[in-house]
Design a protein around this ligand. Structure first.
Ligand SMILES: C[S@@+](CC[C@H](N)C(=O)[O-])C[C@H]1O[C@@H](n2cnc3c(N)ncnc32)[C@H](O)[C@@H]1O
Length: 268
């Protein structure tokens, strides 16, 4: 690379780093909040945790040290990446807690079973489509900031007397589980001629099966009705929805399998 173009590339990177850190400055998540985030996400040694904007690396390091998980922190400030690697070495988890100097918006998130974030509301919203596209069941925990009308499954508020920002001295931790995408029309067994119509909004849905209408809650690949006597639970596997329990007027559907309608209608 010529000197002038090398300088230009370096300055372009400087500008990206400056803009990113101006938007989301480095503020650490206090230890008790880190533990709450990892506990709410139910992190185990089978998990791969990605912290978006990993600062000094504390979340990924705690996930590895305390919960035996593997993880990756992506951070745009080179000194913080260096510091995170040193911290991981000192904690004895450098083989399981990796750090990469990278823009979080350009990071491949598909390997994650857990995503952690302490960013800003508008950044969370920008990330939302990529998060919703992750494997159903992926858990996402965010310190303080939510994701607009994608309401969390659960929120915990904890006292944090030494919180470095804000007057309230409390932190909120929000948890979401990526729901399977089940919106649309599903066709039941020919013998029963049943149509299952689902209108999905994030982890909630309104459904109709035959004449029966009911609300559903979607947790990963499991769909469950939550109200009334007409109860149903379905599981999505291999692209098909299977009824694993049913009661009331939905009882006859127990064991039925539904496939996605082709061309917007079920066969007559
Ligand atoms: C509020 S701090 C959180 C640090 C750490 N996750 C924690 O909870 O202790 C946000 C971090 O995101 C980093 N950051 C901001 N924009 C980024 C971007 N586009 N890509 C990667 N990191 C970014 C900042 O440099 C900062 O270290």
């Amino acid at each position: 690379m010529k000197r002038s173009s090398a300088l230009f590339a370096a300055c372009a990177l400087c500008a990206t780093v400056a803009r990113a850190t101006e938007e989301v400055p480095f503020i650490t998540t206090p230890d008790e909040v880190t533990v709450t985030m990892l506990r709410m996400a139910a992190v185990t040694p089978r998990d791969f945790v990605i912290d978006l904007g990993s600062g000094d690396g504390r979340i990924v390091i705690t996930a590895a040290r305390r919960y035996g998980a593997r993880g990756l922190g992506v951070e745009i400030v080179p000194d913080l990446v260096e510091k995170s690697r040193e911290n991981a070495k000192r904690a004895g988890v450098a083989d399981r807690a990796l750090f990469r100097e990278q823009d979080l918006f350009k990071t491949d998130l598909t390997a994650a079973s857990v995503i952690t974030m302490y960013l800003l509301p508008e950044v969370n919203l920008q990330l939302r489509p990529a998060l919703l596209a992750l494997r159903p069941g992926t858990r996402i925990v965010s310190h303080d900031w939510d994701m607009g009308d994608w309401k969390p499954d659960r929120t915990e508020t904890i006292d944090v007397p030494d919180k470095p920002i804000g007057l309230e001295k409390k932190s909120r931790v929000h948890l979401w589980t990526v729901p399977a995408k089940v919106d649309g029309l599903w066709c039941g067994p020919k013998s029963k001629r049943g149509e299952l119509a689902i209108r999905q909004s994030f982890q909630n849905a309104a459904a109709r099966l035959g004449e029966v209408e009911f609300p559903l809650v979607i947790a990963a690949t499991r769909l469950k009705s939550t109200e009334g006597k007409d109860r149903i639970a379905l599981e999505l596997a291999d692209g098909r929805l299977r009824v694993i329990a049913a009661a009331g007027r939905l009882a006859p559907w127990n064991g039925a399998r539904f496939s996605r309608a082709k061309g917007g209608a079920c066969p007559a």
